[in-house]
Write a protein of this length. Structure first.
Length: 304
């Protein structure tokens, strides 16, 4: 990070749930790696009108609710410092709905980190509505923390995995993935799955599969070349698979510490905020998922 670089914080959403605390701990480790502050944001909306019945909050129910929110922030700050004791931690209590507050926070953040489900999650629900909404609208990378929680204070050897399809959104994801692998000092697995390109099964017997696979390997090599030069410390394993991208990436996520994808892929429909691959990973990945928007959303550009 250059001397004139702006120290944008890693932002973590806080709601008092265990999923939220797991995300806070992940965000604390990430902020420590990046040498930036951690900003804990608890967004809450006051109920409109009067409360039905007597909820036992007393006359000034807003003061009671605010105390609860501040307690959630204090607990989150404590959890963060258990992971990174010297970390600068900011606590922000903001009035409003998290689906709008957190995207606004993302405009000035290094990344936004969320739990997969919050306090309002239904049993059996794979991912919460806040995580989906923020991932779709944030101006910076969003990490949704999934899977079993490892020891975040110890070095890890599992790789970072990135989905590569050659689209501009994929390029931004590749940039983020190389940065993450370098910061973590782990290898990068670049996955290029191309079964989604074949639309007509009737022509399959007529295709030269060896030639197609050779072409796809060349596509992947070209997409990685500049980034490998920029990050010579990152060992890269290339995985070219005749498979659905979502299935290939979900499978690889079981052997990774982070999987990175673009917000929309090669086949994304115009105006669609999240593609099918990123949505599948948010629901089914076995580790944290980073969804990265193209340049202009997070400012990342192809290597010079």
């Amino acid at each position: 990070m250059g001397e004139n670089a702006i120290r944008r914080a890693v932002v973590a959403g806080v709601d008092g749930s265990e999923c939220s605390l797991q995300a806070v701990r992940w965000a604390a480790a990430e902020a420590a790696r990046r040498l930036v502050p951690l900003r804990l944001v608890a967004a809450h909306a006051w109920p409109s009108g009067g409360l039905i019945g007597d909820p036992g909050l007393g006359v000034d129910h807003r003061a009671v609710m605010r105390d609860v929110v501040l307690g959630h922030l204090a607990a989150a700050a404590g959890a963060a410092r258990q992971v990174a004791s010297g970390l600068e931690v900011e606590q922000a209590e903001v009035a409003g709905y998290p689906e709008s507050i957190l995207p606004a926070e993302s405009a000035h953040a290094e990344m936004v980190v969320l739990g997969s489900r919050g306090l309002g999650g239904f049993t059996g629900l794979l991912i919460g509505s806040v995580a989906v909404a923020v991932t779709a609208h944030a101006a910076c990378p969003v990490v949704v923390v999934r899977g079993p929680e490892p020891d975040l204070t110890a070095p890890r050897a599992e790789p970072v995995v990135v989905g590569v399809d050659g689209s501009p959104v994929s390029e931004a994801a590749v940039a983020f993935a190389f940065e993450e692998a370098s910061l973590r000092r782990v290898p990068l697995v670049a996955v290029h799955a191309w079964r989604d390109r074949l639309l007509d099964a009737a022509v399959a017997p007529l295709l030269d599969w060896d030639a197609i696979e050779s072409d796809e390997r060349q596509v992947l090599a070209e997409r990685l070349a500049g980034w490998s030069e920029k990050y010579p410390d990152v060992a890269v394993r290339r995985l070219v698979a005749y498979d659905r991208p979502a299935r290939a990436l979900v499978e690889e996520s079981g052997r990774a510490q982070l999987v990175v994808v673009g917000s929309r892929g090669r086949g994304g429909l115009h105006g669609m905020l999240l593609g099918s691959v990123s949505q599948a990973l948010l629901h089914h990945a076995h580790c944290p998922v980073a969804v990265v928007r193209p340049s202009g959303g997070d400012g990342r550009r192809a290597p010079a």
